[in-house]
Design a protein around this ligand. Sequence first.
Ligand SMILES: Cc1cc2nc3c(=O)[nH]c(=O)nc-3n(C[C@H](O)[C@H](O)[C@H](O)COP(=O)(O)OP(=O)(O)OC[C@H]3O[C@@H](n4cnc5c(N)ncnc54)[C@H](O)[C@@H]3O)c2cc1C
Length: 458
Amino acid sequence: MKTFDAIIIGSGQAGTPLAFELAGSGLKVALIEKKHLGGTCINTGCTPTKAYVASARRIWIAQNSEELGIITPQRPTIDLLKVKSRKDQLIRDSQQSIRMGIENEKNIYLFEGEAKFVAENAVEVNSEKLQAAEIFINTGASPNIPEIFNDPDILTNESILQLDKLPEHLVILGGSYIGLEFGQMFRRFGSKVTIIEKGSALIGREDIEVSKEIHKIMEEGGINIFLNATSEKPIKNPDRSFTLEIKGQSGENKEISASHILLAMGRKPNTSFLNLSAAGIKTNDKGYIQVNDYLQTNRENIYALGDCNGKGAFTHTSYNDYEIIAANRKKAKSRKVSDRIPTWCLYIDPPLSRAGLNIKEALEKEYHILKAHIPMSKVARAKEKGETDGFMTIVIDKKTGKILGASILGTGSDEIISSILNIMYAKVPYTVIRDSVIPHPTVAELIPSMLEDLHEPD
Ligand SMILES: Cc1cc2nc3c(=O)[nH]c(=O)nc-3n(C[C@H](O)[C@H](O)[C@H](O)COP(=O)(O)OP(=O)(O)OC[C@H]3O[C@@H](n4cnc5c(N)ncnc54)[C@H](O)[C@@H]3O)c2cc1C
């Protein structure tokens, strides 16, 4: 049995910085990683997808700028191998920088293998037993693969990023974040793309006006969309393509052929192989490790951070979990999960950026709200750019005048959303941003003007 001060299982967006933090404070830390250093974000999530999104946007601009006076003698085409090798290099750079950091930190002991609990304070990895006074679980999440789609030729967010050739017809099962980002990207690369969504709207948790606008953007981009539709078990053809029977809500069936299928049906926590019962750690019915506001499990000295605790599913939430743990070690209970304002972006083009509550959620929570709304077609900078899809909606609590949330769908929204978040974190009324002066011409300059004109929701 080897003894450490702390064991960290998983080198994701919380585990890695935490290892450096604890080691820097003089603790002897075991960091255990079963696959790739850096976890999902840098290997199969944010970094590779946003690298592909960047290529997809460049080709779209190159092919669609005649209106702005740009004539390309030949229609630009995609070199997927080059797109992929650029992405692979970005991944290698990140992995190497983490590995070098670990090699230079004498207090971090890296174990490359799968960890499982053998007791409340001990884990096993590669047949070695390690024990520590504190254990931090940061094992992330994986694609949800229903049994009928369990076929190595059916793609996930991981395997689609390994393709060397463009799919002829990519059928995507699931019309939410992952499905929409890959759908638009591969359509722009040149594949035919079909999205099958079982709900009645794309990205169904958003306000219906957001879902409808995204639907329009996707269809105008040439993507076929089936709503209220599910797929039976696909039939695999001898050439490894598939035939799918798509079932509509009212019983109508349609057969489609797919050169490739991508599963984008949500994620599940990586907790089933951890043997959590050996430590008596509780999970909920979906397998997420239950934690309190300070990320402590039901075992006092065991913490769960990142996607595996179900309190967030993003790099920034996982990193914030690390920050909470680090801050509370210096000053007890100084930071907690419930201080966090939910925020995320959907990196289609133009992006959707969200902060706090949307209209639907605010009404469900029985707030009395006012909304400010402006279509991008009325925003001068969007018109000048020739990118007028989308709108900005801000939700305000009538009682306190505080901003409850925003949905910004449009050019540059992924940067603009921070200005709304800053006001929300400052806990000041919306009038502070309404009365501010913003540089012209920007999309954000319309935020003060739209806040002059508040309405009851429809
Ligand atoms: C396609 C895609 C795109 C995304 N895009 C974005 C985005 O644009 N913005 C954003 O904020 N988020 C995005 N995300 C989500 C983001 O990647 C994750 O939320 C983020 O990586 C946080 O993960 P984590 O730290 O919880 O764990 P992870 O990064 O998943 O790391 C967990 C690590 O634990 C290891 N592990 C698991 N079990 C064991 C075990 N038993 N023993 C040892 N090691 C183990 C895993 O191998 C993994 O390396 C995206 C995700 C996907 C799939």
